[in-house]
Design a protein around this ligand. Structure first.
Ligand code: HEM
Length: 458
């Protein structure tokens, strides 16, 4: 049973308190397994034409009310700040968005630590500042459903005017949902309070809906600031979109260079991620991979770090533990629950193989469109990039960086706690290079119609 069918089985419509008819399905609906999909990036050249396209697309965007249904494909749509401006959204409304969102991802490179080879000057054309106005993401169960959904969306695009397609990318992963490094991903997702799904025993508690849906109460007990007017902001959310090129060969070479034989290499790779390739988490499978556990959504995320305060089982520096320290003690106190994110990442390129080496990296089109949704996404990504990814102070590791997504301008270190002495593995390089990205706003379905109809005109 995949995560989507598990959520569907546990969904109770009568317990849902959110406006599921107005929220885009993509926010609550997980990826299917296997999954395929498409990202399309559009630029609005002319406001009326852009609004016409938004109006045409709106009926093709399913609501979260259908999120457990038998949809074969579902499309989500998000708009950048320059996109909202290009669509003619009035100045007062544009000014009500948070500063970071208004500046756009390239404009926030310093806060995001997107420097060196990750700097915007090196990004792909589709992500040059002010280029990606509208991002469409389609997820589907199979190629036929995807082609049909693309046909519907692109049919509307072909009938529109004043909008340019600046980039498309097909993606997909097999039944085990493995990413370019051969690890199952998108396992751990926050449970959204009021969505109609309760956490399983052993899983983390539900997170207040306002952390993900604008207008709902957040973890502080009150709603977060919302863009104005409410017709635009309510039931929307924010999206972080970052395209990475994965240096799978460099990662393979790194584990080969630092562990003597395949079993030890698999262990080192699992320690860097926090899970084995199947998805089995180290806290529940400390000795070896357990594919049955890794593929079981009712068990593979039911753990905390209470029994492992020193990181002897799951290193503090592993990607998974850094990005969600759960109940673990941190050197710098933080409310972990305001940094939770709904991940909707998408893998592209050939399947992982141990034979790939660093020499293959430059030519291969392998990577991830890393996408996450949160009502404070623009803040959370800056916090994560600064504190939990590109530093180690919060876990008493000084300047050590995330071994999977950290930017390593000079070769870095990965620390593995052990008794009597910890092991420090040197030579970590940038295994995922940023190729571009943007801050996007994901409007509610009524807000999409409001934009399409220029609702501000009266
Ligand atoms: C681009 C390359 C990346 C790769 C290959 C990668 C891979 C993974 C894998 C294998 C997992 C464990 C399985 C799971 O729970 O889904 C994971 C978890 C996670 N990743 Fe990443 N990731 C990447 C980028 C990022 C970035 C850029 C962020 C944040 C800004 C991030 C945040 C997270 C979070 C929050 C979790 C779940 C932690 C938990 O709740 O246990 N990942 N990632």
């Amino acid at each position: 049973m995949g995560i989507l069918s598990d959520l569907a089985a546990r969904f109770r419509r009568d317990r849902a308190t959110l406006a599921l008819d107005d929220i885009q399905a993509l926010i609550l609906r997980s990826r299917p397994e296997p999954y395929v999909g498409l990202h399309a990036m559009l630029h609005v050249d002319e406001a009326a034409g852009g609004r016409d396209l938004v109006r045409r697309l709106a009926p093709h965007i399913p609501a979260a009310a259908d999120w457990t249904g038998e949809l074969e494909a579902w499309t989500g749509v998000a708009i950048s700040h320059t996109g909202l401006a290009a669509l003619g959204v009035p100045e007062a409304s544009l000014a009500s968005f948070p500063v970071a969102f208004r500046q756009g991802m390239a404009g926030r490179a310093e806060q995001l630590r997107d420097v060196g080879e990750n700097a915007p000057a090196h990004w792909e054309d589709a992500f040059r500042p002010g280029t990606c106005h509208i991002a469409l993401t389609i997820y589907a169960r199979d190629d036929a459903a995807l082609d049909a959904a693309i046909g519907r969306a692109m049919g509307e695009f072909d009938r529109s005017h004043g909008v340019t397609l600046v980039g498309t990318h097909r993606f997909g992963a097999d039944v085990d949902a493995k990413n370019p490094f051969g690890f199952r991903d998108s396992i751990s997702q926050p449970t959204v309070a009021g969505s109609g799904v309760e956490p399983q025993p052993g899983q983390e508690r539900a997170i207040a809906a306002g952390e993900f849906i604008l207008g709902e109460n957040s973890e502080t007990g009150a709603p977060l600031a919302m863009p104005e007017p409410a017709a635009l902001g309510r039931n929307g959310s924010f999206v972080v979109l970052r395209k990475y090129q994965s240096r799978v060969g460099a990662f393979n070479d790194f584990v080969r260079a630092h562990a003597p034989e395949p079993a030890a290499q698999e262990r080192l790779a699992a320690q860097m991620v926090g899970r084995w390739r199947s998805g089995a988490p180290l806290p529940l499978a400390p000795e070896h991979d357990d594919p049955a556990l890794g593929g079981d959504p009712r068990r593979n995320n039911a753990f905390d770090f209470a029994g492992d305060p020193r990181g002897l089982v799951c290193p503090h520096a592993s990607h998974m533990r850094r990005l969600n320290p759960r109940d673990g003690q941190l050197t710098i106190l933080t409310d972990v629950n305001i940094h939770r994110i709904i991940r909707r990442s998408s893998t592209f390129g050939p399947k992982w193989s141990a034979d790939v080496t660093a020499d293959d990296d430059a030519a291969a089109d392998r990577g991830i469109y890393f996408i996450f949704i949160s009502a404070r996404a623009y803040d959370t990504i800056e916090f994560l990039q600064q504190e939990w990814i590109n530093r180690g102070n919060f876990i008493d590791l000084g300047e050590e960086r995330d071994p999977v997504v950290g930017l390593h301008e000079a070769p870095g270190t990965f620390t593995i706690p052990a008794s009597p002495v910890r092991r420090r593995v040197d030579g970590v390089t940038t295994f995922n290079r940023l190729r571009g990205g943007e801050y996007m706003f994901m409007p509610s379905l009524s807000a999409l119609r409001w934009i399409g109809d220029a609702g501000w005109q009266g």
